[in-house]
Design a protein around this ligand. Structure first.
Ligand code: FAD
Length: 469
């Protein structure tokens, strides 16, 4: 009887333990993607990007003589229907770790097993299962550096090759038409602008990993902090949808380290930040919605997502060039440089004293590399409410940060058009990406700061003072 391989955020053929195991049974393999309430609840950009990923992956499978069967509705009900239609005796998938997926997958596994179906989940999305890393006291890690120290010398499985052949069933079940799902509907005008910046699919991700290791990793230690340069891997969107596996990145990083490439270790450490984020989400899922440090519950956050200052922040019109450049980069490319993420998050939560949740939810809507664990950890880190967070008194100064990390002004020039005689094409494309009702034009004057750097810093520090954080 056939094996269903239920794909979710693992849209690749190589280093895919669930697919590998399915092919190894020698039975026919039926790849399936179900658009259920978990995928339907994604924000505009992540859902659009997932749709592109599914389309591309379906084509990759077709090249291999296989197919991706698309179904819409409750995942369990759809899998059961496929089992009835095809006589499948097994369902394999790659594990996910966010509470919504875990609840769903647990329900699917229990029900299928009760019905005598072999239901098996596999690793692949992470290198270190979150429950497999613990302190000497048997607890989970709350601080990154000891987490890194405990995993850095572990053996990470060598990546699996793509199965040479995916055995096809005698007859294929019916499939939905992806276009009917309209996964890009909420992107509106943004889709056309962002599309050329998308690195889509497994082979594009693999080429980028190769190019990064050949040309960029050597100087990554410094270049990773300069948002005006192409100095990072840019693989987050592929990791987010599993178009590349962390194991593949890790092994490439290890090889680069053995070849003496300087930035390789820093790259490995960044990959482990992602693992750490999942470790935290697994052990404290409330990091997704609540202050990780409960003491922060009493902090007087500004909590109005539609307030004038929040709106200016969203529009990239704070009058603080580093903040505005980074927000605009996000609307045009679907991604934002890590330095930019830290600056805009710090400005929103500290200078504007706005609840980090508002920023986190905005990113959920706008980032094509959205990742539940890294996004939540990043926001709580910037706000100071998270584990291993920046201390409250460390308020990034977005003006001096510019002198440090965008000395040449390449970054701000790339993204801000107002007040320039000859704005760059990327800066202009921002105006095509954002909603028309924002009423923005490159001919507008660049605004004065809605909250000057020094004033905002003093206000934030005053608010923190006398609080027992
Ligand atoms: P590289 O510098 O090439 O790093 C390689 C990989 O390591 C990344 O692809 C990523 O998987 C991982 N990584 C690097 N830095 C971090 C980090 N700080 N935390 C966790 N993993 C990291 N990352 C996301 O993938 N999705 C998000 O939704 C997300 N939201 C963020 C929100 C805030 C407020 C902050 C401060 C950071 C957020 N990050 C997020 C982390 C980081 O900014 C991105 O992973 C990084 O910018 C991606 O670019 P890159 O692939 O070129 O990274």
């Amino acid at each position: 009887s056939p094996v269903l391989v239920w794909f979710r955020r693992d849209l690749r053929l190589s280093d895919h333990p669930a697919l590998d195991a399915a092919c190894a049974t020698g039975r026919p393999v039926i790849p399936v993607f179900v658009h259920d309430d978990v995928s339907d609840s994604l924000g505009a950009a992540p859902k659009w990007r997932l749709g592109l990923g599914v389309e591309d992956f379906a084509a990759t499978l077709a090249d291999k003589g296989s197919r991706l069967i698309l179904r819409r509705g409750d995942a369990l009900a759809q899998l059961q229907a496929l089992i009835d239609e095809t006589g499948a005796g097994a369902v394999f998938w790659s594990r996910l770790y966010d509470p919504q997926s875990v609840d769903r997958d647990t329900r699917v596994k229990t029900t299928l097993k009760d019905a005598g179906i072999e239901a098996r989940s596999f690793g692949g999305h992470l290198m270190f299962e979150p429950w497999s890393v613990e302190t000497g006291q048997g607890e989970y890690y709350k601080v990154y550096t000891p987490f890194w120290n405990s995993v850095k010398s572990r053996d990470v499985d060598a990546p699996l090759s793509a199965p040479p052949k995916i055995p096809a069933p005698e007859a294929w079940p019916e499939s939905d038409d992806l276009d009917d799902w309209a996964m890009g509907a909420a992107m509106n005008r943004g889709a056309d602008v962002v599309r050329p910046h998308v690195r889509l699919g497994e082979s594009a991700a693999q080429s980028r990993l190769g190019a990064f290791m050949a040309n960029i990793v050597q100087g990554y230690g410094e270049s990773r902090d300069i948002p005006g340069q192409d100095g990072t891997s840019g693989l987050s969107e592929n990791l987010s949808l599993g178009e590349i596996s962390p194991h593949q990145c890790w092994h490439a990083g290890q090889r680069a380290r053995q070849e003496g490439k300087q930035g390789a270790e820093t790259f490995l450490k960044e990959l482990v930040w992602r693992e750490f984020a999942y470790h935290l989400m697994h052990h404290t899922p409330r990091i997704l919605t609540e202050n990780w440090r409960e003491k922060w519950d009493s902090f007087p956050w500004q909590d109005d997502a539609r307030g004038a200052q929040v709106l200016a922040w969203k529009k990239g019109r704070t009058g603080i060039p580093f903040v505005d450049a980074a927000m605009r980069e996000m609307y045009v490319t679907g991604r934002m440089h890590n330095r930019g993420r830290m600056i805009v998050a710090s400005y929103l939560t500290k200078h504007l004293m706005t609840h980090w949740r508002i920023g986190k939810e905005w990113f959920e809507d706008c980032l094509i590399d959205w990742d539940p664990a890294s996004n939540a950890m990043g926001w709580q880190w910037a706000a100071g409410s998270g584990p291993d967070a920046t201390p409250y008194f460390r308020v990034f100064n977005p003006v001096t940060q510019l002198d440090k990390f965008d000395k040449s002004r390449d970054y701000t020039r790339a993204w801000i058009a107002e007040g320039r005689a000859d704005p760059s094409a990327t800066a202009l494309s921002f105006f095509d990406a954002v909603p028309r009702h924002w009423g923005m034009s490159p001919e507008d004057e660049y605004p004065d700061p809605i909250m000057p750097a020094d004033e905002g810093r003093k206000r934030a520090l005053n608010a923190y003072e006398n609080r027992d954080f």
